[in-house]
Design a protein around this ligand. Sequence first.
Ligand code: SAH
Ligand code: SF4
Length: 359
Amino acid sequence: MANDTTPSPVDLLGTVPDELAGALAAHFLARGEPAYRVQQVLHWIYQSDAVDVDGMTNLPEPERKALSEAFSLSEPEAQTVSISSDGTVKHLWKLVDGELIESVLIPTDDRLTLCLSSQAGCAMGCTFCATGWAGFRRQLSAGEIVAQYRGAGRWARTHEMGPISNIVYMGMGEPLANRKAVHASLTILNQGFSVGARRITVSTVGLVPGILELAERPEQFRLALSLHSPESALRQELIPLEKRFPLPAVVRALQKFNEAGGKRITFEYTMIRGVNDDLMLAPKLADLATSLHAFVNLIPFNPIPFQDWGPSTRERIAAFRETLEARGVAVAVRQPRGRDIDAACGQLRATAMKDADAS
Ligand code: SAH
Ligand code: SF4
């Protein structure tokens, strides 16, 4: 009979490397096994890509059995893999309890970026975002975040896309509302899988305590703020969290992030026609970006099922860009990738849920 004192297995993917090495050392010591077993297992996790404990072929059979009893290695199953005509690849992952999350591989000339999810759904309720409309389902564990990197990374390598070079926390969910798991996942990706901190970007809608906590980390993880308006009143209409953490407080937190040294902030500005693309806003956006030395990404709004908004016109986006550039702000216009496979924030899950409702 199972009882409450049975220790739950240690998650091989979701435990930070130092702690994992300690747990493995204790495990093998208790079994009278040589200390090098620890490095063998760590190698299978971080370098050699064992899909499960049985795949750790240099461990003797009884050791694999004992390891799989005390430790768990579980990757979600890919329910669907969608490939866009522009090369973007989207995985819809089914978690152990049936929840669905997504990750997106985005190839460009010199890099392969993975966009991963930090929560199933999102509680922030931003009015322009499909994930926000779908609501919050649950937090992801650190292991479930890391498993997206491992699963998508294996897919990329076996489909001639090469290794993942960059990671952005821009899939489903608000990473700074799942701080414990997200911080652990950052440590694991950086220290375990050796992804440089400067190649990892956490995107937030502006949770001040989370920004301050990220600023305190010694590594140089990058931060993106989903700004969408330089004016608090308009921002409130798009992002309910603005009421709790108004822009001036977010800006103060970003200043602290800058003071912590060397990490460039990015502003994400989703351009919605007639909503947040008034030309009067562009100089204000420029001033804010200048004061924080922020890089600005202008992103045409990707239409979602629950809103009749559309993207700003090309001309308006160009006018914003020119105003920013004239004021010395570094800016890029990001073309939406993977539109034909619904690769915008939360879209595939929304489609999958619609399909499930219809059946
Ligand atoms: N919760 C975090 C990260 C996930 S959202 C955040 O909000 O920053 C990732 C990005 O997708 C955010 O910049 C968000 O504003 C943007 N986004 C959401 N819905 C969008 C849409 N319909 N069109 C374009 N960008 C969208
Ligand atoms: Fe959540 Fe980000 Fe979507 Fe807002 S934009 S609802 S914070 S995922």
